[in-house]
Every structure is written in structure tokens, then in C-alpha cells.
Write a protein that binds this ligand. Structure first.
Ligand SMILES: [Zn+2]
Ligand SMILES: [Zn+2]
Length: 256
């Protein structure tokens, strides 16, 4: 039984990547995808995936918070480097209207541009969406059938999940599912087909219960998995096998 953390930021942890990988070993967390978010960290995640690959793979993209930094030069960098073997997806991109760190129209333009990169390069996308369901659903539908990927740290409604699933997007569950007030999310997990689910940490953010409030790390994806397995009525080995198969299918370049 080995786990895959499909969304983490190992360059932002409290510990070194070496320590994070050693801790992950102890919990059978075999592989992880470390996520690009801004112009400064794209070379860093590339370097981590080169150093620790194939166990660590990376994505290239600009987070909605940083959407104003999505320039033609960055687009060129992403397009040129995304074809490297260690880059398994585009992202994270999407819309975050909770923080609105970038104007909404700027976020939308950067999101659409990165979806277009994914389509052109035939790569999956890791999508971040918060308080922006109508616009996210519209963009997923506009690219529906031509771009696939996952909705990372999913916290939305069943309607949003359904649109994502119908458009070819899988659902990735983070430690939020373990929080006391997340019953609506737990109900979504019960409804998402097992062959469309992933688990992630989004470390160093969103540490799951029983570590809530601490700095998160990839090893703790097992606490997310434990609850997801209960909600799905499957054993941990069954969930590990299913999520591994889902990751293999979604990220063809990822050597799992
Ligand atoms: Zn995110
Ligand atoms: Zn993230």
C-alpha cells in the first residue's frame, strides 16, 4: 500500500525536502506532486523534481493570487519547460474570489491562458477554486472534453463537483475533509465515484485532524485517506490502490 500526495508545496515546508521524504516513507507516502505557484518558485519546483524524481514530480503554473504575474514571458517559460519529463501537469491555476489578491478579470485571463496551454500540450491541469463557482464552471465547460485534470483541495458544492466530473475533472480531497464543520464536503466525497478521487495535503497548509493548526507535511496525507476510506466504505489498501490507479491515469508522465 503506497500513497500519492497529488498536491503539495515541498519548497514551503517547515522541514527540508529530505526530512519530508523521510517522514513520508514512514507512512508509505511513496510519491508526491510539488506545485508551482509563481515566477519565483517555478525553477525551484523544477529543481526539486529533478533532484528527487521520479518520486517527486512537479507542475508549472501561476496561482490565482499571483495572476498579475502571468506575463507572456512566463507563458513562454511554462510552455518550454512543461515538456520536461518531470513536469506532470499545468497549475496551479484557477480563481480565488475569497482573497481576490488579483482582480477577477486578471485571474480569469490567466486561468484561460493556462487551460489553453494544457490543451495545446495535452497535459492535465491542477485547479484551485474558492468562492468562484459560476466562473470556474463556465471555464471548465468552455474547455470541457479537451482539457482534463483535478479540482484540488475541493471544498465546493455537489453541483460544482458534478460539473467538474462531467467535464473530465477528478476531485482531490485535502485535510479540510477532517474538519468538524465540513459535513457538506464529506457528503460530496460520499457521492464522487471512487475512480475519480484523489487525496492531497496542500502542505504546508491545511493540516488534517489530529494535527490541525500545525504546519502540514506530505506524510499526513494518510489522515486524509483514513477519513476518505471511511466515507467511501473501503479499506485503506483499497483506497490506496484506487487513488494510485487514478493518478496513473490522470498523470501519464508520472512514474509511479
Ligand atoms: Zn490551491
Ligand atoms: Zn497549493
Amino acid at each position: 500500500m503506497t500513497w500519492i500526495d497529488v498536491h503539495t508545496h515541498i519548497n514551503m515546508l517547515e522541514m527540508t525536502p529530505e526530512q519530508a521524504l523521510a517522514e513520508a516513507d514512514l507512512q508509505n507516502v511513496g510519491s508526491m506532486v510539488t506545485i508551482g505557484t509563481c515566477p519565483d518558485d517555478l525553477p525551484i519546483v523544477l529543481g526539486l523534481a529533478q533532484k528527487f524524481g521520479p518520486r517527486v514530480a512537479c507542475t508549472l503554473g501561476i496561482h490565482p493570487h499571483e495572476a498579475a504575474l502571468f506575463t507572456p514571458e512566463i507563458e513562454k517559460f511554462i510552455r518550454e519547460n512543461a515538456t520536461r519529463p518531470e513536469v506532470v501537469a499545468i497549475g496551479e491555476t484557477g480563481l480565488d474570489y475569497y482573497y481576490n489578491n488579483a482582480p477577477q478579470e486578471v485571474q480569469i485571463a490567466a486561468f484561460r491562458a493556462q487551460m489553453q496551454i494544457a490543451e495545446d500540450l495535452n497535459m492535465p491541469v491542477e485547479i484551485h477554486t474558492r468562492d468562484a463557482e459560476p466562473d470556474t464552471m463556465q471555464i471548465l465547460q468552455d474547455f470541457g472534453g479537451r482539457v482534463r485534470g483535478l479540482l484540488h483541495c475541493f471544498t465546493g458544492t455537489w453541483e460544482m463537483a458534478k460539473v467538474g466530473l462531467d467535464c473530465g475533472f477528478n476531485i482531490s480531497i485535502s485535510g479540510v475533509v477532517t474538519f468538524k464543520n465540513a459535513e457538506a464536503l464529506r457528503e460530496v466525497v460520499r457521492r464522487v465515484p471512487l475512480d475519480r478521487l484523489h487525496v492531497e495535503t496542500d502542505a504546508p497548509f491545511l493540516a488534517p485532524v489530529p494535527h490541525r493548526g500545525k504546519k502540514n507535511q506530505p506524510a499526513w496525507v494518510v489522515h486524509v485517506a483514513q477519513l476518505v476510506a471511511e466515507l467511501k466504505g473501503v479499506t485503506m489498501p483499497e483506497l490506496a490502490a484506487a487513488t494510485r490507479q487514478n493518478a496513473q491515469k490522470l498523470f501519464p508522465k508520472f512514474q509511479l
